[in-house]
Write a protein that binds this ligand. Sequence first.
Ligand code: T46
Length: 142
Amino acid sequence: MNNVRVLNLKNISDEKGNLTPIEATRDIPFEIKRVYYLYNVPQNQTRGYHAHKELQQLLVCINGSVEILCEDENGEKQTYLLDRADKGLFVGSMVWHEMMNFSKDCVLVVFASEYYNEIDYIRNYDDFLQLSNIKRQGSMYA
Ligand code: T46
């Protein structure tokens, strides 16, 4: 799977409970410019359905659970279950992603490498396939 990785984050656990630190460029491969979170997602609601041209993100489900379906620019697909606060999913550029099966109590925190910019979104699946194809052909002759 290109540009998608499960990251096992540190879990500092003692009698006081658990603590998971995330340090930019140390625990994740980018500087963090933005953090946002998804919560109170209605049952059966799906989200995502886009890829990013440049953005890199780390998704961490700090409460409850959610599934993330990813498709890379080679057409490889995989679904990841996020159900632990010490498990992150790195999603880099050119990965089509769809989020589904949000538990009622799900809180999904996202760390992003750039400020919000709608221009960076590829929201049309055919555009994603076309761009992936162009990139693949480009790299074949690079
Ligand atoms: C992603 C997945 C994991 C903002 O104004 N600022 C922001 O930082 C973000 C992330 C969104 N928005 C606006 C844009 C839309 O009008 O919030 C609205 C909902 O965003 P969207 O429909 O893109 O939400 P999701 O859950 O489909 O996707 C979000 C992120 O947008 C996206 O980058 O990778 O979570």
